[in-house]
Design a protein around this ligand. Sequence first.
Ligand code: G4P
Length: 289
Amino acid sequence: MNYQWYPGHMTKAKRMMQENIGLIDLVIELVDARIPSSSRNPDIDGLCAGKSRLVLLNKSDLADEKVNRLWMEYFKKQGIYAVEINAKSGQGLKAIYGTVREACREKIERDRKRGIKNRPIRAIVAGIPNVGKSTFINSFAGKACAKTGNKPGVTKGKQWIRLNKELEFLDTPGILWPKFESKEVGRNLALIGSMNDEILQMTELASDLIAYLLQNYRAQLASRYRMENVDDMTTPLMVLTHICEDRKCYRKGQEADYEKASALIMDDFRSGRIGRITLERPPADGSAE
Ligand code: G4P
């Protein structure tokens, strides 16, 4: 399968980030906790040079708790500030304020030395499509926030969301283009649904998912699809055939409908019904990927 993102989208997204970065003190980068590496953008380091950075491990409710902890340790070891959150329920959001202050310590100190008081930290929320940027802005900023209008020194038309006297967000999130640098990364992005499913071959994708689950989350797979004989299941095709039987996915004439079963397992996985599953672990030696 060939995964890609249109060059036009990429250029537009890059330009938007480049235009706004000058206004920003802090880049809040959302990643998907199920694929924290594949959902990062390789060019962000270059784009955000000199800015404070914070990574939010979002959708942590869908990811394996143990592996979430490993990723948090990994980011810490890399010297990257990170917070584990669920933007949908609001879990973990409170911890962000303290971490923002830590991440922006130098700027706060610089302002203090220059006698600048009450200048809020300006942040942009960035991430690849579907990672939860809008959900995060809405639930973090909530109803309490006020939109501030144009200010001197701010590009005309830019809207800032004031969270409190310390922190403001640019109201438009920065879209980062996914990195399709390897087949595995493309596959991970496709698995969590951050690509247009219409261009994907669902049975192939579901087979990849099943192979991974058989190896890493066998008990959850067995429990979801009532597979008493899970130890006899050695191939994705055997599992798909079982799902066809269990969920009555048949075409006319009792022929197994693998496409339907594939769509079903993909949907179950993406909405967390198979359990909390993470598709990639941090490198064992803690080195940057
Ligand atoms: P984006 O701006 O980065 O493109 O992402 P957006 O906020 O639109 O979120 C994409 C989907 O991810 C939404 O689901 C949203 O509800 C879901 N989401 C965001 N954060 C979390 C989280 O921490 N946990 C979980 N489980 N889901 C999260 P949707 O299916 O598009 O909409 P809806 O069904 O929730 O209305």
